[in-house]
Write a protein that binds this ligand. Structure first.
Ligand code: SF4
Length: 375
């Protein structure tokens, strides 16, 4: 069965770096003036040659975003179900090589978290866990989804990759959105960041969006972890992945997240630090490449940065996030999966959004507008 893995084998990492670096001012001008922008235009817009055009890119990105999404920013919150993990990703606080207290929420504890999250105003939720099939697996996810499906308009998950039939069962329990981040598309170096556990299997992870598409999921979220490898090249491969998926699974919606590793994230020091101007360039390039794709920025970013880029092309922000299982009902010291920089409450972030003339939105989509895809 065809998957993105076969597509990826046609492109060599170093050839793509060279091809991005070769883009010049004329290529950027052509990309900006194009009616339809494909992967060649995306390359031009993320290239160093586009840096002097940042102002114009920002203006066009803002206009396109307003046209498609209005003046809205969707807010979302992760509910950490478990911090058990059998992987040892070298950039993550939940790595199995770290000695920390581990916990899986019981159904009663999930109820307490849901009550605390509902009080904040949310009508959709992102369920998150580490990858430990012995503790959390599709049977547990089914139980949680069935328990909370009447509490929220939409249910999303960011957990370990699953099989197509497992996704189908979870979709039947109300799941509509799955985030699965490849972290890096550099197959050669992938193993050095993911030395052990099931996540070390690059291909199985890469083919997860194909399994989701075949299961007819409503929405798929993609990302690379910016800073592991050259951000331009990894973003280009993410764009290739999106382009492929949009053609293969045309009834599914897509989002991209732009998680940025920064020097102060725990012990891990990224080799490729991504500066603020590069982040702005990337947000605008994504919007110009895909007017439809949702763009998400998490609380990893500072409040100053998030306030400044709010109008540029993003469509969703996380707010009030706790990475501790049980952390909303029982706040306190927590082991961080990654460092959170914007610590404002959902209300404070919603107020900031309103002050900038935008509307905070507390749910993803409405079943009356987008009925589930039939199998
Ligand atoms: S990034 Fe995810 S899979 Fe990797 S160690 Fe952290 S929780 Fe586990």
């Amino acid at each position: 069965m065809k998957t993105f893995y076969q597509e990826l084998q046609k492109h060599h990492w170093h050839d793509q770096i060279a091809s991005i670096q070769k883009k010049n001012e004329k290529d950027v001008r052509r990309a900006l003036d194009a009616e339809y922008r494909g992967l060649e235009e995306f390359k031009a817009l993320i290239s160093p040659a586009a840096e002097p055009f940042l102002e114009e890119m920002a203006q066009r990105s803002m206009e396109l975003t307003r046209k498609r999404f209005g003046r809205t920013i969707q807010l979302y919150i992760p509910l950490y179900l478990s911090n058990f993990c059998t992987n040892s990703c070298i950039y993550c606080g939940f790595s199995c090589s770290n000695t920390v207290e581990r916990k899986v929420l019981s159904i009663e504890e999930v109820d307490l978290e849901v009550a605390a999250i509902k009080k904040m105003g949310y009508d959709h939720i992102l369920l998150v866990s580490g990858e430990a099939p012995g503790q959390v697996n599709s049977v547990y996810f089914e139980e949680v989804l069935a328990r909370i499906r009447n509490d929220f308009s939409q249910l999303a998950m960011e957990v370990q990759p699953l099989e197509q039939h497992e996704y189908e069962q979870l979709i039947d329990c109300g799941l509509s959105f799955v985030c699965i981040y490849q972290e890096t598309y550099n197959q050669h170096n992938y193993g050095s960041y993911h030395p052990q556990g099931p996540k070390a299997d690059f291909r199985y992870r890469l083919e997860t969006p194909d399994r989701l598409g075949r299961a007819r999921i409503h929405k798929i979220g993609l990302a690379c972890l910016l800073g592991l490898e050259d951000w331009r090249t990894d973003s280009l491969f993410t764009a290739m992945h999106l382009d492929y998926l949009e053609k293969m699974y045309w009834r599914t919606r897509f989002s991209v997240s732009l998680p940025r590793l920064r020097p102060h994230d725990g012990q891990f020091r990224p080799r490729h630090v991504v500066g603020d101007r590069s982040m702005v360039q990337l947000i605008c390039a994504w919007r110009l490449f895909s007017p439809e794709v949702e763009i998400s920025i998490s609380t990893r970013e500072s409040s100053r940065f998030r306030d400044n880029i709010l109008r540029l092309g993003v469509t969703s922000f996380s707010a009030g996030s706790s990475t501790k299982p049980g952390g909303y009902a029982n706040p306190g010291d927590e082991l961080q999966q990654f460092s959170v920089d914007d610590n404002r409450s959902p209300k404070e972030i919603a107020d900031m959004i309103r002050q900038r003339g935008y509307e905070p939105v507390w749910k993803d989509w409405d079943k009356n507008i987008h009925p589930p895809i039939t199998r």
